[in-house]
Design a binder for this molecule. Structure first.
Ligand SMILES: Cc1ncc(COP(=O)(O)O)c(C=O)c1O
Length: 254
């Protein structure tokens, strides 16, 4: 964006002012879609926590992107902006069960990250489809505050409890159709992505009804000229590789 355009925006609307360049949002989207195009079936989601401006969310929805929501407010904004309910993934952390019930009644996809809330969910909605956030036990991310997939993190179900989930799934108390990890943000080391991808696909083979795997965020963009960024092609190749192995192991098509 040219300085002159910014100056015009400031004099037309006053300051402080936030200016967003839709052409950059479009080109970033193209970059992502292009990197993952060899996968049979994938969907890019935008994390509403990073920006909940209604006009921009509508624009993002029109690009065919889904929404990642972590609060009931983000869920409601997403619905208001026209996102399909089955393309809104709601991943709360430490909320009361009434909020989860509200999200369920709104019809969005529910992704839970504690055994307690999953048990509550199974009592209220036995054998209803649910996605589960796993803690992969991996330290990854641009700094300590945005590294959220390590074993001391409050996010996600630690691996040692996966056996409890498998038991509930086998006993038809819950129907695990999705798995999710979010290891951290601003990840540039591809082996950190690879570890997470390998782990989640291997956990997926233990459940009989998996329809989707959500790999969270983690993609680093350059914040200034010459800054580092995630190598999207390497990341996408690692996903393709593990997905292929998963299909061969389970006979699943997508
Ligand atoms: C559940 C979930 N999904 C996605 C994201 C977005 O991650 P990123 O900012 O790395 O794109 C976050 C960030 O905290 C998250 O908690």
């Amino acid at each position: 964006m040219k300085i002159k355009e910014l100056e015009n925006a400031a004099s037309n609307f006053g300051t402080p002012i936030y200016v967003y360049d839709l052409s950059i949002i479009e080109s970033q989207n193209r970059k992502l879609q292009n990197a993952f195009k060899n996968l049979d079936n994938y969907k890019i989601h935008f994390a509403a926590k990073s920006l909940s401006n209604i006009s921009i969310l509508k624009f993002i929805n029109n690009l065919g992107i889904g929404l990642d929501a972590v609060s009931i407010e983000e869920v409601k904004i997403g619905i208001k902006c026209g996102f399909n309910k089955d393309e809104i993934l709601y991943t709360p952390n430490g909320v009361s069960f009434s909020e989860i019930k509200e999200a369920k009644s709104l019809g969005v996809k529910i992704n839970l990250d504690s055994l307690e809330s999953i048990k509550d969910f199974s009592e209220h909605y036995p054998n209803h489809s649910i996605s589960v956030r796993i803690n992969p036990g991996i330290y990854a991310g641009g700094n300590e505050k945005i590294s959220v997939g390590h074993s001391n993190s409050k996010f996600g179900i630690p691996e040692e409890f996966i056996k409890d989930l498998i038991k509930m799934d086998k006993g038809n108390k819950i129907k695990v159709t999705g798995l999710h990890i979010h290891t951290g943000s601003d990840i540039t080391k591809n082996n950190q992505f690879e570890k997470g991808i390998k782990k989640i696909f291997s956990i997926a083979t233990k459940f009989k009804n998996i329809e989707s795997i959500d790999l969270g965020g983690g993609i680093k963009i350059p914040y200034f000229l010459g800054d580092t960024e995630t190598n999207l092609n390497d990341y996408a190749s690692a996903v393709e590789h593990e997905h292929k192995k998963f299909k061969n192991n389970t006979g699943k098509e997508s």
